[in-house]
Ligand binder design. Structure first.
Ligand SMILES: *[C@@H]1O[C@H](CO)[C@@H](O)[C@H](O)[C@H]1NC(C)=O
Length: 270
């Protein structure tokens, strides 16, 4: 038996929950739409089939996305918010009266946000697969059930907005850890290598080699356009006073958490 449900939250974010999947219609991801008012919609969240039934997950997703919507709104100078998300639950979960039947659109292959078990590289840390360059849309964002129900006590909405900036706007973290072998820590520009901190102003720091007692990295491979694998951009907190970037501010106290406005404005000019 299959059922339908729409629930409206704060007059803005609409969360629809779907159960039981339709057929696999192959590789392309669901497009995230933007309304003329600036609302992002049709964000497909798919809970992987291996995730055991847990209705708290749905409550948390609703709650966090609602908070994230408010945050996104202020971070984008009231230009954008989340209008609606669609949650696809595994076929094995007991359908609730308020859910509606999933269609062929609601597949894992089309998901923009995947809720699934931790993987080896990331554990419970949320991440977004960004196969493209800065400014290109990401593939999907991954959260674990454990993160959403147990670990996300410290403002998970910040993380959701941050990951959304990866996903939709192709922004990169400005604090790629040295252990991250996937994300580019530097990018070539004007004949030199810049740390992936996009266009945030007033962040001062140096490039150091974490595998060599934090020695300065001075040389890079001109052919591969890469520094040594241990090299990271390390901000110097004492002289940094930026109004910047959620992509950065999660760990840096001297950066005011007005989010990624600099980058966002830059992106709008592209
Ligand atoms: C979701 O939001 C988009 C705008 O981004 C809108 O076009 C669509 O009608 C909305 N869907 C629902 C179910 O509200």
């Amino acid at each position: 038996m299959l059922w339908e449900f729409y629930t409206q939250l704060s007059g803005v974010l609409i969360v629809s929950v779907f159960c039981v999947s339709g057929g696999n219609i192959g590789g392309t991801r669901q497009e995230i739409t933007l309304s003329s008012e600036g609302g992002y919609g049709n964000i497909l969240v798919t809970i992987e089939d291996t995730v055991p039934e847990n209705l708290e997950l749905i409550d948390r997703l609703k709650e966090y996305f609602e908070e994230a919507s408010t945050l996104l709104f202020s971070a984008t100078k009231e230009q954008h918010y989340f209008e609606n998300i669609t949650i696809k639950v595994p076929a094995s979960w007991t359908p609730q009266p308020s859910w509606q039947q999933a269609t062929a659109e609601h597949t894992l292959e089309r998901a923009r946000i995947i809720i699934g078990p931790p993987n080896q590289a990331w554990g419970d840390i949320p991440y977004t697969l960004q196969p493209g360059l800065c400014g290109q849309e990401g593939d999907y964002t991954h959260f674990t059930p454990n993160y959403l129900t147990n670990l996300a006590s410290v403002r998970p909405e910040k993380r959701i907005v941050r990951e959304f900036a990866h996903l939709k706007w192709g922004l990169f973290d400005e604090d790629v850890p040295s252990t991250d072998t996937v994300s580019p820590k530097f990018y070539p520009k004007d004949g030199t290598l810049r740390p992936t901190i996009c266009v945030v102003q007033n962040i001062f720091g140096q490039i150091i080699d974490t595998s060599e007692d934090n020695a300065r990295c001075t040389e890079y491979n001109k052919k591969t356009q890469e520094y040594g694998s241990g090299c990271v951009f390390e901000p110097i907190e004492e002289i940094t006073s930026a109004t910047a970037s959620l992509m950065y501010a999660e760990h840096l106290t001297s950066v005011r958490t007005t989010f990624f406005m600099c980058m966002f404005e830059n992106l709008l000019m592209l």
